[in-house]
Design a protein around this ligand. Structure first.
Ligand SMILES: Cc1cc2nc3c(=O)[nH]c(=O)nc-3n(C[C@H](O)[C@H](O)[C@H](O)COP(=O)(O)OP(=O)(O)OC[C@H]3O[C@@H](n4cnc5c(N)ncnc54)[C@H](O)[C@@H]3O)c2cc1C
Length: 424
């Protein structure tokens, strides 16, 4: 049985592990952290389970892009729930519910782009989304910021990224009962049931060539693994692990890519019957508000307030209180409903996922130079492949596309086309 070693157990790593195990590989996933899942991890504080990088997804209706990846992998059997109301955007105290693209002629025209999963970008795909919206007469405040869900800097966002993320979110979002842990469990179980393993506290510290198309991977605890290798960690970090070093031109190419900003999150435990559960996400002047842990009484037990930050936050508690006040403009009962809160910063994110600077979505896919920002799954070291949000689009949809693209490079397009009904 051929061996595959996957570095990092984020969604990208687990999806590649799952697809490779279906294709006859014995897969070993090596995760440096104590928990599997990367940005899909959750944690418990005050008896409440909080999600970190997974609140809702889009494009999950039959025929839509995420469905086309998840359905063949059995992931549509998980308890997904369609959110009935559209996402809400509050600008200067006024709430706007996002329309469906089908109801806005200009947005409707984005449909071909939203379904185009290739990486040969048209000139249109690489244009600035902000400029495109202005030309289409659509208010950027309403249409740009919220649907890209914390992406920053917004002026760099390309129409390609906009179409792939906002178009689908405007068509409807979905939440998963039990959160990201359900996805992690389903994917891990598939890998293990086919003879593989998913191991935690296995920090990879070195990757070396080991025969034709094979790599040897060494962990901090000195354990060694060999096979084809798929890295779900940032390409610059992956390259730094390779010995002897990869060719200078490749390292230079990676070094010029910049990362997006990180996110500050305030995780709030709400008092019982403190505030009613709201299924849809609300964006308030760039801050994303997501309620969670609904009780049978219709009240939420937690809410996360997320905002991107450009520089380190020195007084976390004071900053969190500012965000709570900001959210209170839309939810006047919030301040009274807070029982306890905790925070995370980009530094926290960097510590847990390793992403440089704690960038939320990794390498920026800048308009105007989109093709340059997309990293190939191939590396100069035969047998070493890349996957994850840094290669293409971020988010559950983007990472899923990329996992299929990575596996297509490894297994060949024919194998992938048998499993998925679209060509990457
Ligand atoms: C606050 C926040 C909220 C979000 N909300 C949503 C949402 O609601 N919907 C959505 O679609 N997307 C959301 N996203 C984006 C989404 O979570 C990510 O795009 C996606 O999960 C990234 O997956 P990944 O596999 O690329 O990487 P990661 O999840 O970062 O996984 C990388 C893994 O590699 C491990 N690793 C690092 N170095 C090593 C090493 N040397 N050895 C072994 N393992 C290592 C890390 O510990 C980590 O587990 C959110 C992101 C953030 C930051």
């Amino acid at each position: 049985m051929p061996e595959a070693v996957v570095i990092g157990s984020g969604l990208g790593g687990l999806l590649c592990g799952c697809i490779l195990s279906r294709s006859g590989y014995r897969v070993t996933v090596l995760e440096k952290g104590a928990q599997v899942g990367g940005s899909l991890q959750s944690f418990v504080r005050g008896g409440i389970r909080f999600q970190t990088g997974f609140h809702s997804v889009a494009a999950l209706a039959p025929g839509e892009p995420l469905y086309q990846v998840f359905q063949p992998l059995g992931l549509m059997d998980l308890p997904w729930k369609k959110v009935d109301s559209p996402d809400e955007v509050v600008v200067n105290g006024v709430s706007h519910f996002l329309p469906r693209p089908a109801d806005v002629p200009a947005l409707k025209a984005l449909s071909p782009l939203a379904y185009d999963i290739g990486t040969d970008f048209s000139e249109e795909a690489g244009t600035s989304a902000a400029r495109w919206l202005s030309a289409a007469g659509l208010d950027q405040e309403i249409f740009l910021g919220p649907v890209l869900r914390l992406q920053s800097p917004l002026k760099e966002v390309s129409l390609h990224e906009y179409a792939h993320i906002s178009y689908h979110f405007m068509n409807g979002s979905y939440r998963l009962e039990g959160g990201g842990a359900r996805l992690v469990q389903a994917l891990s179980e598939q890998i293990v049931s086919r003879g593989g393993s998913v191991l935690t506290r296995k920090e990879v510290v070195e990757i070396t060539p080991a025969g034709p198309g094979q790599c040897q991977v060494r962990c901090a605890d000195r354990s060694l693994y060999q096979g084809i290798c798929v890295s779900d960690i940032h390409p610059q970090l992956t390259a730094a692990l390779v010995q002897p070093p990869l060719r200078p031109s490749y390292l230079k190419r990676l070094s010029v890519l910049s990362n997006g900003t990180g996110i500050f999150t305030t995780y709030i435990k709400l008092k019982p019957k403190g505030i009613r559960y709201l299924e849809h996400a609300v964006s308030i002047d760039g801050m994303l508000v997501c309620f969670d842990n609904p009780g049978p009484d219709g009240f939420a037990r937690s809410v996360d307030l997320m905002i991107h930050v450009e520089s380190p936050v020195t007084d976390r508690e004071a900053f969190a209180r500012t965000l709570i006040r900001k959210a209170s403009a839309r939810f006047p009962e919030l301040e009274q409903a807070v029982e306890q809160f905790w925070t995370s910063t980009p530094e926290t994110w960097e510590r847990f996922t390793g992403t440089p600077g704690g960038s939320a979505y990794g390498i920026l896919k800048e308009s105007g130079q989109l093709s340059l920002c997309v990293v190939s799954p191939r590396t100069p070291l035969p047998g070493l492949f890349l996957t994850g949000q840094n290669l293409g689009l971020h988010g559950i949809l983007g990472v899923s596309y990329t996992a299929v693209r990575t596996c297509s490079v490894i297994l060949g397009a024919n194998v992938i086309n048998e499993l998925f009904s679209f060509a990457p």
